[in-house]
Design a protein around this ligand. Structure first.
Ligand code: G6D
Length: 348
C-alpha cells in the first residue's frame, strides 16, 4: 500500500488543487481535494490489465468549466428539490434554483466545486484521504452551519466512502458521490453492453423536469433489473419514463430493505470486470449519462458520448421533505448525518 500527493493545478480562485494517489495490490485510485473528485480508479480486467474505469477530465479548468459532476461529492442535497424550497420546523427556506424551478445537487455553489481541507490517512489495512468542509448557514439557502467530513479508504479491492456531517441547527442533508463508471476500461465502449443488477422492486417515476413524482413497481418495465440484464434494451426502449429523461435512466430506485448482499452490480462481459455497490442508504439514483455528448473531450482526447458512463448515486429518498415527508430525517447538534457506501471491484 502506498499513498502520494501531487500539486495538480490551481483553481480560478487561485486555490491549490492536490491529487492523492492511492495504490495497493488490487487498485489504483486518484482523489482530488477539489470537490472530493474520484479522478481515476484503475482496476484489472480478466487478464490482469489495469485500466481506468471512471470518466474523467485532464485539468482543473475542465472540471470547473464543463464537468457534469464527474467523480464529485454532491451536497448539501443530491438530486432535485421541487421549486427550490424546503420547510423545516415551519420555516420555509428558499434554495438556489439551478435546474429550472428546482434545486439540483445543492445549488450553484455546491460541494462539488469547493476545495476541501484534505489529509492522508493510514491504518493497518487501509490507506486513504480525509476531506473536510465547512458550509455556512444559508449557503445556497440551506439552514445551519455544517461541518462535513468524507473519507475515502482503499481496503484491498474496495473503495470505501464514509460521510459524516454535523449541524448547529435543524437542517437537512443528503450527500452522494457522482462517479460515472465504465468497466470497458479507458473509455473503449459505452455502457450499453454492460449488465446491471439492482436490488430494487420499485423505482420512482419522474416528471419532465426529472422531479420524482410516483413510486412505481419495476415489474414488466425496462426498470426491472432484479436479475442481471444488459442495459441496451432499457436505454433504447420507447417506454415514456426512458424517453422523458432523454432516452436512458435518470431515476431514483428504492433499495430492498431485506437485501442481504449488494445494492447494485455492474458487469462487463468483454473485460470481465465486475463492480458491486454496497450502501446503508435507502435509495440510489441510476443515471446513464444521457447528456454526456454535451460535455466535450475526456482526458484521453476522445469526444464523450451519450451513455459513456453510469452513476450509482446512493442517497436518501429524493426530494424527501416535499415528496415523502413521513420518511424525512432532520439533522442537528444531537443527530449527525452519516453514510457508508462501498465500491468493490472483482472480475467475473
Ligand atoms: C442531468 O438529470 C441529470 C442529473 O441527474 C445529473 O446529475 C446531471 O445531469 C449531471 O441534469
Amino acid at each position: 500500500m502506498e499513498i502520494s500527493v501531487t500539486n495538480w493545478g490551481i483553481t480560478k480562485n487561485n486555490e491549490n488543487v492536490k491529487c492523492y494517489i492511492l495504490k495497493n495490490e488490487f487498485l489504483e485510485v486518484e482523489i482530488l481535494n477539489y470537490g472530493g473528485v474520484i479522478r481515476k480508479i484503475s482496476s484489472p480486467d480478466k487478464n490482469g490489465k489495469m485500466e481506468n474505469v471512471v470518466l474523467n477530465l485532464s485539468n482543473i479548468a475542465d472540471y470547473e468549466e464543463r464537468s457534469p459532476y464527474f467523480g464529485a461529492i454532491v451536497g448539501r442535497n443530491a438530486g432535485r428539490i421541487a421549486n427550490g424550497c424546503i420547510t423545516i420546523n415551519g420555516i420555509k427556506y428558499s434554495l438556489a434554483k439551478n435546474s429550472g424551478e428546482n434545486n439540483l445537487h445543492g445549488g450553484i455553489d455546491n460541494f462539488s466545486h469547493k476545495i476541501w481541507d484534505s489529509k492522508e490517512i493510514k491504518g493497518e489495512n487501509f490507506i486513504g484521504v480525509e476531506l473536510s468542509l465547512k458550509s455556512p448557514h444559508l449557503e445556497e439557502g440551506f439552514p445551519g452551519n455544517i461541518w462535513a467530513t468524507v473519507t475515502y479508504k482503499l481496503i484491498d479491492n474496495e473503495l470505501v466512502i464514509e460521510y459524516n456531517a454535523t449541524s448547529d441547527m435543524d437542517t437537512y442533508l443528503n450527500l452522494t458521490n457522482h462517479t460515472y463508471f465504465n468497466l470497458s476500461g479507458d473509455f473503449k465502449r459505452d455502457v450499453s453492453d454492460e449488465y446491471l443488477t439492482l436490488a430494487c422492486k420499485e423505482f420512482i417515476a419522474v416528471d419532465e423536469t426529472t422531479l420524482p413524482i410516483k413510486v412505481t413497481s419495476v415489474e414488466g418495465t425496462p426498470f426491472d433489473f432484479q436479475k442481471s440484464k444488459e442495459l441496451a434494451p432499457a436505454l433504447n426502449s420507447d417506454h415514456e419514463q426512458i424517453v422523458i429523461v432523454n432516452h436512458g435512466l435518470d431515476h431514483p430506485f428504492i433499495l430492498d430493505e431485506t437485501r442481504e448482499g449488494s445494492a447494485a452490480i455492474l458487469e462487463d462481459k468483454v473485460s470481465g470486470r465486475k463492480l458491486e455497490v454496497y450502501t446503508d442508504q435507502p435509495a440510489v439514483v441510476i443515471y446513464s449519462g444521457n447528456y454526456l455528448y454535451e460535455i466535450g473531450k475526456l482526458s484521453d482526447g476522445s469526444d464523450c458520448k451519450k451513455h459513456m458512463g453510469i452513476c450509482f448515486e446512493t442517497q436518501d429518498y429524493p426530494n424527501v421533505l416535499n415528496f415523502m415527508p413521513e420518511k424525512a430525517k432532520i439533522y442537528n447538534s444531537s443527530k449527525a448525518y452519516s453514510q457508508k457506501t462501498v465500491f468493490k471491484f472483482t472480475t467475473i
